[in-house]
Design a protein around this ligand. Structure first.
Ligand SMILES: Cc1ncc(COP(=O)(O)O)c(C=O)c1O
Length: 408
């Protein structure tokens, strides 16, 4: 009889999954955990999640939901109150108008993205993805058997332009995936450019999936624009993927949503009815109540935003003054995107080598850019305390002073 290991080695993984890679951001975080277990004082700057607790009032609403007996199945697309609360919140906050029938409650932003791609893409379809990109986008595209076509954005300061989109569309292009504010670059596509981008796509019958999970974290907040507030003739080509994970520090609660035209929404609901059914009932209730309590949710977000801004305003100049590092001031999200290409050569071949040096010598874990299609860059998360950031920068500088050969 074969050993169970042999069976595992021979596991006939499906073609769709075999094409995918494990998430590199999650892997980097695991490395930090392993080092910590071995007793090292590790500073983890890989985190893609807020270090704040979920606001108390949202926890209380979840408890209220439990007490009300919301422990059973809900409709697949979500509780009516959940859908209505999103509609009202977007109307109040952004002047956006759509109907509750255009919403599907999902298990986080990731499922929103999966639902949108899996209901639209076929093998042979091309999907435009601005590069650098969030690691998961090309993996979902691969899962669907479609082909990612990357649009290099370094020439436009890492902000996608309408012209780049225009030049990249072919007869095979089915979808453009955008993410603004952006992970990993921290860049924001401004309103007029975003409208132009969607107009160009709509003219060519190309759909647009906009990942807006960092929507509420822009500096200043007035810079953000949600595609949910586009006019109806453009919005019918758009699916907004939203998430509560970052906005309200609720990563573990697993809740997000899509806003799309009713047909697309119907197909996503059908797909979800055979996968997760819906996100947890009392979590939907808590989010609905939180959205209804507009003032409290805004206050919670503003507190976090102010703290991210305080950290960013210290961290970015400090990184800019660190030998070998180049980085711009982010306009949104909570990441510094650091160019280390000047260091590459004999001693360090890739940015992964630099990340490894920082791990081994500074006990500071950062995410290498390779998984984001950004070899030569590091992503440094400031979803951690200012004290941690200060210690990390001090350690990094010390390592650079003692380890790097002058010739670099
Ligand atoms: C750009 C982007 N989109 C989506 C997600 C997924 O968030 P969640 O599934 O927790 O809502 C993340 C998480 O890191 C992200 O950075």
């Amino acid at each position: 009889m074969k050993s169970s290991n042999a069976a595992a080695e021979n596991f006939p993984v499906s073609r769709n999954v075999a094409r995918m890679k494990m998430s590199s951001t999650l892997k980097a975080g695991q490395t930090a955990g392993l080092l910590r277990e071995r007793g090292f004082d590790v500073i983890d700057l890989t985190l893609g999640e807020p270090d704040f607790p979920t606001p108390e009032f949202i926890k209380e609403y979840a408890w209220e939901g439990l007490q009300k007996g919301l422990t059973k199945y809900t409709p697949t697309a979500g509780l009516k109150t959940f859908q209505e609360s999103i509609v009202e919140f977007y109307a109040k906050e952004f002047g956006a108008h759509f109907s509750p029938q255009q919403i599907v409650a999902t298990d986080g932003g990731k499922q929103a993205l999966f639902n949108a791609c899996c209901t639209l893409l076929n093998p042979g379809d091309e999907v435009l993805i601005p590069q650098p990109y969030w690691v998961t986008f090309p993996e979902i595209v691969k899962f669907c058997g479609a082909t990612s076509v990357f649009i290099e954005t370094e020439t436009s300061d890492f902000i996608l332009t309408a012209e780049q989109v225009q030049d990249s569309i072919t007869d095979k292009t089915k979808l453009l995936i955008i993410n603004s504010p952006n992970n990993p670059t921290g860049r924001v596509i401004h309103k007029n450019e975003l409208i132009k981008i969607v107009e160009i796509c709509a003219e060519r019958n190309v759909y647009v999936l906009t990942d807006e999970c960092y929507l509420f974290f822009a500096y200043p907040p007035s810079e953000v624009f949600t595609s949910a507030s586009l006019p109806e003739d453009l919005r019918r080509f758009v699916c907004v993927a939203g998430s509560f994970s970052k906005t309200y520090a609720m990563t573990g609660w697993r809740i997000g949503y899509t806003i799309a035209n009713e047909e697309w929404t119907g197909q996503m609901t059908k797909l979800q009815s055979h996968s997760t059914s819906h996100p947890t009932s009392f979590v939907q209730y808590a989010c609905a109540r939180a959205m209804e309590n507009h003032a409290a949710s805004k206050a919670a977000v503003n507190l976090m935003l102010a703290e991210y801004k305080r950290r960013k305003d210290w961290l970015i100049p400090a990184l800019q003054q660190t030998r070998n590092f180049k980085c711009q001031m982010p306009e949104g999200a909570f990441y510094a995107f650091v160019d280390v290409r000047e260091m590459l050569g004999e001693q360090f071949k890739t940015s992964a080598d630099v990340a490894e040096l920082l791990l081994n010598e500074a006990h500071t874990v950062v995410t290498d850019g390779e998984g984001f299609g950004a070899d030569g860059f590091l992503r440094i998360s400031y979803a951690t305390s200012l004290e941690n950031l200060q210690t990390a920068v001090e350690r990094i500088r010390k390592v650079f002073e003692t380890t790097i050969k002058e010739a670099v």
